[in-house]
Design a protein around this ligand. Structure first.
Ligand SMILES: [Zn+2]
Ligand SMILES: [Zn+2]
Length: 897
């Protein structure tokens, strides 16, 4: 089933699918476009083409069709007051980081706010009916268009008008009536200017008709009526029909202002300021025709550079005018747009990184900086952020709370980009050909080199139009969960006792047993889930190995003789293990909120793991934690324990919980159930969580952070222990540090003693030398120094391998002995810095035959090293401490045979 087939079918029966009361009442005429045959409805009898093919396309630029002028802020006020006047509830925007869906990183349309995915089914969660919402939406597919086309944004405000047709809501007739009145009454647009075009919508197994409404070729909104499910030959009306009218607020502002681009009227005073700062001479007599041509050509060509070329050609702009006015202006628009998107994303807790949705934010910031560098624009990013938030907070007051956080993250990220430039330069210098799209993606993915940088360095002249779309696809891929296939058909849901009385001992009936698995009618054993490890314990005589949840059925994996189906078994939970895990689980909540308070609003739980004796929490953070951060987080966490705050657990309808507590509740990810379990620690931390928790923070007793580590870009791991584990950790640490202190002291004492001895030895050199020289034959040992005289009387050998002596001693003694006895060779071996060193002296006479250098060479070889020197003095050494005796034997054999 494709859109074209549905459109053909619906347009063949316009009475049923498209004709609304308004068309009848006002006398709208249905026509088929002379160029493309699309059907449209108009009050203008002259009109014969659809909005895409009319002559008046984009003629509002420079000449708006309204008597009123509204900028972005004012346009929303107009829209809001109109719908509120007409019985709609105006609700605040939802976060742009789409935490309630695990298939989307960012909110891409207003209807996404209300969609909840359960299994393969999409359900809706409307906080009011009917309602209107100014939903900021992020879209990264057309990044290369931003700043250039006059109407593409990386984020925009979708006016969401939503209704469920029941006693409160309405359906097609009222919807189109309202939209028509909004344009004519509130915005002062002549009704003859409004064209409705027939279209259809299809997705997720449902479909319906839609009416797009245009003024002077600009699509302002699209009212989608999600109505049917099935296929075209056999479809039925949905139980829950929904109106999904989405309109672009930026376009509403643009049509009333008639500025050359939508950027000129949607960013507030920042645009004018940057144009002035850059010293641009913008002249509407150039901009109006240029951007009108761009807008018209965009409908005709896919290739943006072709669109730009055509517009330049048909407006007759010179290269000088393009370089002096248009190019820098495009850059300024891009910078403002991208910063606005970063403000929303960072405020809602997203961080620039290389993973997941974070990559989009990183690439935008790099585009901002590259654009400034390329155009030699020197803007103060903090100032731009301030001016933008000052303007945006008229519509989105919550942005005030994160003003400083946004600045901090952007400045960290900007300096990271600066410091990575040298590396990028090296990589770029090695390129031997102009990179194609695949090369560009590889360069970005593996080396962080952005195409903007390559453009800045003039390696490429244009960024290929498919680059961002391809990169975006690469990062949108969904996580696939592996599903175990167990024979569980027909088994009823397990009653979960741990959410009730939570007994440690209970009896249960075996509903199913197979292989090593048992399913009971009820269980108090907690199943692995939400990062919490499963309980242990006994079912009958069998030890539990693992527990998993499949839908609402708990499956116990056991060791031993499996019980028979139908039997009643007595069960016992390992309470010590449970208690440890429970304390660690509540601790993750405490640490999470402590980290957020210490570090900043961007801290979210990335993932968590809770075992009996240890646990970890991975948080979203831009840098590794400093020792000071860790101390502060630990202090804050223990402060929460000391305050003895009750931990409250309540069940809420999901929609109610979201409205009451916001999306911070989804720390552990999406909750795919209608009713959510809210665990709150006072008002400090409120999370949707299915785990086990202590009743009061004081039950945790103590939290100790044992280690932290940056585990990936934008994610930091905090490992910790709590309760008894924390006490043991503290005890062990204290014990460790005490015994280390003792050891250190002992080592210090030994060192001092040795130094003292060595000092004494030096002073005794003359005495020792005198005693040794008194030996006239044979061997004598004094103070671990041995003197051996050759029988021939031609050579004397003196040596020491004692650790009592150092180099100063050996040099002193060797020199003295050889001076007194010209036939003497002295060898001193001693350990120093993990190595064995050797010093050799040879007397005047003997050195002529037995060179000190040769002797050292030999000794060093034996020790596994090298050395050398003159005939009278040499030194060397090696690493093999076990060979000291061998080395001396070798030396001796060289001197006295
Ligand atoms: Zn047409
Ligand atoms: Zn939890």
């Amino acid at each position: 089933m494709n859109k074209k087939e549905i459109l053909d079918k619906f347009s063949a029966d316009p009475q049923r699918y498209y004709k609304v009361n308004l068309f009848e009442d006002q006398g709208f005429e249905r026509k088929s476009c002379k160029t493309c045959n699309r059907f449209f409805w108009t009050l203008d009898s002259e009109r014969s083409n659809c909005p895409d093919h009319s002559d008046d396309t984009y003629s509002f630029i420079g000449e708006p069709p309204t008597s009123k002028r509204f900028d972005y802020t004012q346009s929303w006020k107009e829209v809001e007051s109109f719908f509120v006047k007409n019985n709609h509830t105006s609700i605040n925007r939802y976060p742009v980081v789409c935490r309630w869906r695990d298939d989307l990183y960012f909110t891409i349309a207003s209807i996404v706010d209300f969609q909840r995915v359960m299994g393969s089914k999409v359900t809706f969660e409307f906080p009011a009916n009917p309602l209107v919402v100014p939903q900021t939406c992020l879209r990264f597919k057309d990044l290369e268009n931003v700043g250039v086309t006059g109407r593409h944004f990386s984020s925009f405000c979708m006016i969401g008008q939503h209704s469920i047709p029941n006693e409160n809501g309405y359906w097609k007739d009222d919807c189109i009536n309202l939209d028509f009145n909004l344009l004519t009454q509130q915005f002062g647009i002549d009704k003859k200017e409004i064209t409705f075009v027939e279209d259809v919508w299809e997705g997720g197994g449902s479909f319906g008709s839609s009416l797009e409404y245009f003024v002077r070729g600009l699509e302002l909104g699209n009212a989608v009526f999600t109505e049917f499910q099935g296929d075209l030959s056999n479809y039925k009306t949905l139980d829950q029909r929904i109106i999904d009218m989405g309109a672009g607020l930026e376009r509403f502002a643009w049509i009333t202002m008639g500025t050359p681009t939508a950027y000129d009227c949607c960013f507030g005073p920042i645009t004018e300021k940057l144009i002035q700062d850059a010293g641009l001479d913008v002249n509407s007599s150039i901009l109006v025709p240029y951007f009108t041509e761009i807008a018209k050509n965009l409908e005709l060509y896919d290739d943006l550079s072709q669109v730009r070329k055509n517009a330049i050609k048909s407006t007759g702009l010179s290269d000088e005018q393009i370089n002096r006015i248009i190019t820098p202006l495009e850059g300024i628009y891009l910078i403002i747009d991208h910063i606005r998107t970063l403000i929303f994303a960072i405020s809602d807790g997203a961080l620039p990184s290389n993973v997941g949705g974070g990559y989009n934010l990183r690439i935008m910031l790099r585009r901002i900086i590259s654009t400034m560098n390329r155009l030699k624009l020197k803007f103060d990013l903090n100032e731009i952020i301030d001016i933008q938030i000052d303007y945006l907070k008229n519509t989105y007051p919550e942005l005030e709370n994160t003003r400083e956080d946004v600045k901090e993250i952007i400045s960290i990220e900007a300096s990271r980009y600066d410091s990575s430039k040298q590396r990028m330069q090296k990589i770029v210098s090695k390129l031997d050909k102009e990179p194609n799209v695949t090369d560009l993606i590889r360069l970005y993915e593996s080396d962080g080199v952005t195409p903007e940088y390559l453009k800045e360095m003039k390696v490429i002249s244009e960024i290929p139009s498919t680059f961002y779309a391809k990169l975006s696809d690469l990062h949108q891929s969904k996580k696939q969960k592996e599903q175990l296939n167990l024979p569980l058909e027909g088994i009823s849901d397990t009653e979960l006792l741990f959410y009730g009385d939570d007994p440690r001992e209970f009896n249960a009936k075996v509903l199913k047993s197979f292989e090593n698995f048992v399913v009971l009618d009820k269980t108090a054993f907690y199943a692995r889930g939400g990062g919490q490890e499963p309980d242990h314990g006994k079912i009958g005589d069998c030890e539990i190995v693992d527990i998993t949840k499949h839908g609402n059925i708990v499956v116990h994996e056991i060791k031993g003789n499996i019980p028979k189906e139908g039997n009643t078994v007595s069960c016992k939970v390992d309470s010590k293990r449970r208690e440890g895990i429970t304390k660690n689980h509540t601790s993750t909540h405490i640490i999470n909120t402590s980290a957020r308070n210490v570090l900043g609003s961007w801290i979210w739980q990335h993932s968590a793991f809770k075992e009996e004796d240890h646990a970890r929490l991975d948080i979203t953070h831009h840098s590794a934690l400093t020792d000071e951060d860790v101390v502060k987080i630990e202090q804050a966490a223990n402060g929460i324990i000391e305050k003895s705050i009750p931990v409250k657990i309540e069940n809420f309808d999901r929609g109610t919980a979201e409205q009451k507590y916001g999306f911070r509740i989804y720390q552990g990810g999406v909750v795919p159930v209608k009713s959510v379990r809210i665990v709150s620690i006072g008002d400090l931390d409120i999370e949707a969580c299915g785990g086990t928790h202590v009743a009061n923070t004081s039950d945790v007793e103590q939290i100790k952070i044992t280690r932290t580590k940056r585990i990936q870009d934008g994610v930091v791991r905090i490992e910790f222990v709590s309760g008894d584990g924390a006490k043991e950790f503290v005890k062990k640490k204290q014990h460790d540090s005490e015994s280390k202190e003792k050891e250190d002291k002992l080592r210090e004492q030994e060192k001092e003693k040795r130094l003292e001895q060595r000092q004494l030895a030096k002073e005794r050199i003359p005495v020792i030398a005198k005693s040794l020289l008194e030996c006239k034959q044979g061997t004598v040992t004094i103070d671990n120094i041995t003197m051996e005289l050759a029988e021939s009387g031609k050579a004397n050998f003196c040596y020491s391998i004692s650790d009592d002596y150092d180099d100063v001693f050996h040099i002193g003694l060797g020199e003295k002995l050889c001076k007194e006895d010209p036939k003497l060779v002295y060898c001193g071996l001693f350990e120093q810095g993990g190595k064995v060193r050797v010093i050799v002296y040879a007397g005047e006479e003997i050195s002529k035959e037995k060179s000190a250098g040769e002797i050292v060479k030999k000794i060093s070889q034996v020790l596994g090293g090298a050395g050398g020197g003159s005939p009278k003095f040499a030194q060397g050494g090696g690493t093999d401490k076990s060979k000291k005796e061998d080395a001396i034997k070798n030396a001796k054999s060289m001197i006295i045979q």
